[in-house]
Design a protein. Structure first.
Ligand SMILES: Cc1cc2nc3c(=O)[nH]c(=O)nc-3n(C[C@H](O)[C@H](O)[C@H](O)COP(=O)(O)O)c2cc1C
Ligand code: SF4
Length: 398
């Protein structure tokens, strides 16, 4: 059921605010009050997994250590996702202030922005904004006159591996190792960067937390649904009249989004990028929310003319390229699914083998070590489920 409460065009994130005034105000509060407010807001991380931000910050705050770290995950490698790019360039100070508040709340002195390699063009801009904040005593020692509060931010560049967006692979990469996911537990909140308690959050999460601490958890909860509070940014691309970055309240239906962006004739929508799932016409009343169709914000629209098997091939080629190869279900599975798609293209795939491939998908979901392998079959499975007739009746000469 759609229990959405709100006015849809009132933005939370894409809004002009006095960032420095909010930071100064928040730094006057007790750490416990900040943690409580973020927890009460029921904010869930905007990077895709949807873990409670208040809980993550509280766990890191409770951890005892001489050093703690705040990491901003600005890797943004999910195909079809480009909303963090907008935040990093147009809302840079809000991000830096959000990270600073996270540092204050959990007791960390160091922040690192892990920036997608392809975003190197914006690094000078980010460095300029950081420098400006040091000059204005909004970074560094005794921030905003708060004696003893120290917080520094540096920027580190990734090198284009999608798996390095996964938080433990990101940490490995930051430590100078190969970007391969770690076993969990331990989780980064207790044992992260350099073995120290580490909060890893998405760009949008830090900025949303800043807004929550400005206006309060109750205000934030007026947007979205009971289980998915607030608004969310969506990167919208594909066969639509108005692609771009949009802010919508969570709980909006796929159909409402399609109407908004001029895509009424869409035959399918890939929600959540390559690792998300393909939503067909008969599910367009479903909502974009953690309790229904969960997403980090990528929406790719497919018009009536699209060949959905070609779409599945495109995604699977991506995973075959990006799997780190560390564990067998993923390393072998993505190749086997890609081969299966080729057999379907040539009409050489029997129903028996197709069913075996679907069984393999389930094995990958359950046994792969990280989210890449666990989610790699999603597109294949949902496209096959929704477009079985189109795929099995296709002309092999295509
Ligand atoms: C393969 C893979 C790639 C990921 N890429 C990103 C990314 O680019 N940005 C991001 O914020 N989270 C990404 N994540 C999710 C992170 O592991 C982590 O959950 C997130 O950064 C936590 O931040 P949040 O709680 O604010 O969402 C990725 C996960 C996986 C499995
Ligand atoms: S699931 Fe894939 S990407 Fe993740 S650790 Fe295993 S091989 Fe590497």
């Amino acid at each position: 059921m759609n229990d959405k409460k709100t006015a849809r065009n009132e933005g939370i994130i894409l809004r002009e605010i006095d960032v420095d005034a909010i930071l100064i105000k928040v730094l006057k509060e007790d750490r416990e009050d900040i943690l409580r407010e973020v927890t009460d807001s029921k904010l869930k991380g905007r990077g895709g997994a949807g873990f409670s931000t208040g809980r993550k910050w509280s766990l890191a705050a409770e951890a005892r250590s001489d050093q703690k770290y705040i990491i901003c995950n600005a890797d943004e490698g999910e195909p079809g996702t480009f909303k963090d790019r907008v935040l990093l360039t147009d809302y840079t100070d809000a991000l830096l202030a959000g990270m600073t508040i996270a540092g204050y709340a959990v007791g960390a002195e160091s922040g690192i922005i892990y920036l997608r390699g392809e975003y190197v063009y914006m690094i000078d801009h980010i460095h300029d904004r950081i420098k400006n904040r040091y000059e204005n005593k909004l970074l560094g020692d005794n921030i905003a006159g708060k004696k003893g509060f120290v917080f520094n931010i540096t920027v580190r560049l990734g090198s284009g591996a999608y798996v390095c967006g996964e938080e433990t692979a990101l940490i490995e990469s930051l430590e100078g190792q190969r970007g391969e996911p770690r076993n969990r537990p331990p989780f980064p909140v207790t044992c992260g960067f350099m073995g120290k308690p580490t909060v890893v959050n998405n760009v949008e999460t830090f900025i949303t937390a800043l807004h929550i601490l400005d206006k309060g958890a109750e205000w934030f909860k007026k947007f979205g649904t009971d289980k998915s509070t607030g608004t969310k940014l969506f990167s919208i691309s594909g066969d639509c009249a108005k692609p771009g970055v949009y802010e919508f309240p969570l709980g909006i239906t796929v159909k409402e989004v399609l109407t908004h962006i001029g895509a009424r004739d869409a035959k399918a929508v890939q929600v959540g990028g390559a690792s998300g799932r393909c939503v067909a016409h008969d599910e367009f009343e479903s909502t974009l929310a953690f309790e229904d169709i969960s997403t980090g914000g990528s929406i790719i629209v497919f018009g009536p003319h699209r060949d959905m098997l070609a779409v599945a091939r495109n995604f699977m080629e991506f995973f075959a390229e990006e799997s780190c190869g560390q564990c067998t279900p993923c390393r072998y599975g993505v190749e086997a699914l890609l081969e299966g798609i080729e057999m379907l293209e040539q009409r050489k795939c029997s129903m028996k083998y197709l069913n075996e491939l679907l069984g393999l998908c389930e094995t990958m979901q359950v046994t792969s070590k990280c989210g890449l392998g666990q989610s790699a079959p999603n597109a294949f499975m949902s496209i096959l489920k929704n477009f079985k007739h189109e795929i099995l009746s296709r002309d092999s000469a295509r």
